[in-house]
Design a binder for this molecule. Sequence first.
Ligand SMILES: *Cc1c(COP(=O)(O)O)cnc(C)c1O
Length: 468
Amino acid sequence: MTRSTYVSTRGQAEQLGFGDALLTGLATDGGLYCPVEFPPLPDISADTDYRDAAVAVIAPYVAGTFDVPELETMVGLAYDSFRHREVCPIIDVGGGHHLLDLTQGPTLAFKDVALQLVGRMLDTELTRRGRRATILGATSGDTGSAAIEALAGLDSVDVVILHPAGRVSDVQRRQMTTVDAANVHNLAVRGTFDDCQDLVKAAFNDRDLREAVSLGAVNSINWARVMAQIVYYVTSARSVRPDGGPVTFSVPTGNFGNVLAGWYAKQMGLAVNTLIVASNRNDVLTRFFERRSLEIHQVEPSLSPSMDIQVSSNFERLLWETSGRNGAAVARLLTELRSASRADVPAEWCRLIDASFVGYRLSDDETLDEIKRAHAETGLVVEPHTAIGLGAARCYAAENNRFDDEPVITLATADAAKFPDAVESALGTRPELPEHLADLFDRKENYDEIDNDLSVVASRLRSLQTPS
Ligand SMILES: *Cc1c(COP(=O)(O)O)cnc(C)c1O
């Protein structure tokens, strides 16, 4: 297999192989690394084991860094940590509608699917290079615990996770702050998730700091995460359409990393009709689909906190592709968006985006109604993010007469037990944590609250380099 190559969306940073893109995260020009070529879709059938499918989809993307036996080992270990034998099982909810269950990993959210694998890739590559790294991440709730779970106790990394103080659920916070490992550091930032994300970006843009602490990222700006998510689009499509016919996906969306993986699957040749971008009241993407401009508003807390995002980082990757890979134009548009809080997207780019995506938003009340409806109609207990995906899929089906001839797959992104308050207010009963987390509320928490200030984060990162 030829070595895979990655290029930045802003066109100024050097091209990298997979191993360097994995360790670098954000490119030095502020862009995101993307593959130069999309490999063709491998031969996967409805019966292919998830692990085999993962190796087949991922191998060409990591060629030149990991050979197939190495990849097989990492994939095997990653998905052995899942509670369900099928890793990402699919549930038929009737009428041509399916739920793809991405919640079977250790932290009960879809981010485990990518991070369990990416953590092993990071450790393997760093160890091979004889290096240590500081993995810095911002979380709206679920990335943090999934990253910590994937990296805790490894010798090759320190993990520093920023979360917005008071804006993640108690379960989410405790899943991060109760992990007892010397290389795990939790910081609660007085601000929003976007503030946390900006701090991470600013740390990466500080070249001295970046080199001094050898910064790496496992946020969804890291290509490896998007890559690992492509797999379940392929396996679920094959599962509901063994004949290879087209499917539509409905994806609860925040940072646009998950739904973007579906678009990459389509570029590889998967028959994907529509990708439904399902949002909560933080509807910058829905408004974009309506009005062709990106307009950043204040982030408002909702019942689906992992989607309380206004600046969807991964949208940059899509803009870059639809611009004809024009890094200068993408950089201009994003600079304008930063300074003016709005930017018009050229009509030609929009046309290409419209060919694959539609957007719907649900309010908190609609989200609760959807949880009730799902329970009444199917007996399933879903949490708010998944409910938004289901609601958006229903809107789409009603508007387009779909489901009969074209199955719709909604991605279930978290287990109900992760958001017990919302679920209880909809259904009157409180979902219980699975056994391995049953004593979560008895465990000791460990985190520091800090101001929204890069210098505070920087000094924490530097202090890790001088072990006490
Ligand atoms: C992270 C997350 C999302 C949003 O996914 P993106 O890749 O950021 O779009 C949706 N639901 C849950 C439960 C999440 O944890």
